[in-house]
Design a protein around this ligand. Structure first.
Ligand SMILES: [Zn+2]
Length: 177
């Protein structure tokens, strides 16, 4: 992130690393958690144009299994760029993509996929299956587990809080705040 140079007092240039964009995806995931959704966030970054699309998980609010963060990010990127071919774009997502999203990534020709936490029960990029190793007409480059510990912690904290709320409701204990 930006640091101030001690001598000049000027801001040093931001370093647009994988960790930087994953941090952005984590921020989006926190917005999903704020509206009661499982915290998953996604960012699409164009080679020269920077961020062209973002998405958060909205399955509960929209009551629809299709509204994963990656789908929303791909949809908004296609709208921004005015086309479906995202071959100059990389996708950052806090959780390993599922088969539906991995399919959308292949279909939109995304160049590289960078994900945070592994999804051992639903991941289609190494956990349950490796869709990008199959003989499809497009093979995105994969960078797994970038800020993986932090993304995993974000998810487990959400589920921990959810379990607490459910327990409280079952025992009829009113919230403290
Ligand atoms: Zn998905």
């Amino acid at each position: 992130m930006a640091k101030t140079d001690e001598k000049s007092g000027c801001l040093q240039t931001l370093k647009f690393t994988d960790e930087f964009y994953m941090g952005l995806a984590m921020y989006l995931a926190s917005l999903a958690a704020n509206i009661g959704e499982v915290p998953v966030g996604a960012v699409v970054v164009h080679r020269t144009k920077g961020v062209v699309g973002t998405g958060i998980n909205r399955r509960e609010i929209l009551k629809n299994a299709l509204y994963h963060a990656e789908i929303e990010a791909i949809d908004s990127s296609c709208k921004t760029l005015g086309g479906w071919r995202l071959f100059e774009c990389d996708l950052y997502v806090t959780l390993e993509p599922c088969p539906m999203c991995a399919g959308a990534i292949i279909n939109s020709r995304i160049r590289r996929v960078i994900f945070g936490a592994y999804d051992v029960k639903g991941g289609a990029c190494s956990s349950v299956m490796s869709m990008f190793d199959m003989p499809f007409n497009h093979k995105p480059v994969l960078s797994p587990y970038i800020l993986g510990d932090k993304c995993s912690a974000q998810l487990s904290e959400f589920f921990k809080a959810l379990r607490k709320t459910k327990k409280r409701r079952r025992r009829y204990i009113p919230p403290t705040e």
